[in-house]
Write a protein that binds this ligand. Structure first.
Ligand SMILES: O=C(CO)[C@H](O)[C@H](O)COP(=O)(O)O
Length: 229
């Protein structure tokens, strides 16, 4: 079984009737959205918000009821993927370019479940280039300031053109050899004028559900509480 699907479907077990559910973005969150749609067809009653235009379109196709952000003041649970998860359950996100909306959803969720396959686990963040969303205005200057933080910044391109986020911004993928202090780094990055948000999610997950190729899952919780089944 697909380990991403296994992890995502486990996390959907935590969704309950009446909840406002944040839908993540990417190939793992896709499976969660599919499973939520299945549970709705079996009688589950929820309302959802989406972390990207692509997820909004998917939810619409699947008949998941979406609620405008203006109609809510909190989110009960968000299920989303990640590009890296370290031993403290800090994350790098934004491989799909949706990091800003994903962080808004995660920050406003009572529970934030991260769903990954085993390949996403690392001891220390930094193998995956850190996505940073920046405004297009004077982007070369903003990129110089990012470079001063000892990374190699590259503007994300798609088919020869800059990737444009759902918010009309650019993504700069910043290669650090190793991220020694994610707390400090996220603050340093976000202090640069022109930076909108960065893909470091520090201390945010309620739990990380890891799917394995043999169909088993592991649920990792902060403070070393974990179980493998
Ligand atoms: O942060 C994200 C999108 O911005 C995704 O959650 C992350 O890139 C993981 O994607 P996938 O589940 O496809 O491996």
């Amino acid at each position: 079984m697909n380990p991403k699907q296994v992890a995502a479907e486990k996390a959907v077990e935590f969704v309950e009737d009446g909840m406002i559910v944040g839908l993540g973005t990417g190939s793992t969150a896709f499976w969660a959205t599919q499973k939520i749609a299945q549970r709705i067809s079996e009688g589950l009653t929820i309302r959802a918000v989406a972390s990207s235009a692509s997820t909004e379109a998917l939810a619409g196709q699947l008949g998941i009821p979406l609620v405008p952000f203006s109609g809510i003041d909190h989110i009960d649970i968000t299920i989303d993927g990640a590009d890296e998860v370290d031993d403290q359950l800090n994350l790098i996100k934004g491989g799909g370019g949706a990091l800003l909306r994903e962080k808004i959803l995660a920050r406003n969720s009572s529970r934030f479940y991260v769903v990954v396959d085993e390949t996403k686990r690392v001891h220390r963040l930094g193998r995956f280039p850190l996505p940073v969303e920046i405004v297009p205005f004077a982007s070369n200057l903003t990129i110089h300031r990012l470079q001063e933080l000892n990374c190699e910044p590259v503007v994300r391109m798609v088919q020869g053109s800059p990737f444009i986020t759902d918010n009309g911004n650019l993504i700069v993928d910043c290669s650090f050899k190793e991220i020694l202090n994610p707390v400090e780094l996220q603050q340093q990055i976000n202090l640069i004028p022109g930076v909108v948000e960065n893909g470091l999610f520090v201390g945010m997950p309620t739990a990380v559900v890891v799917g394995y190729g043999d169909g088993t899952i592991q649920i990792l919780e902060p403070q070393n509480r974990s179980g493998h089944s």
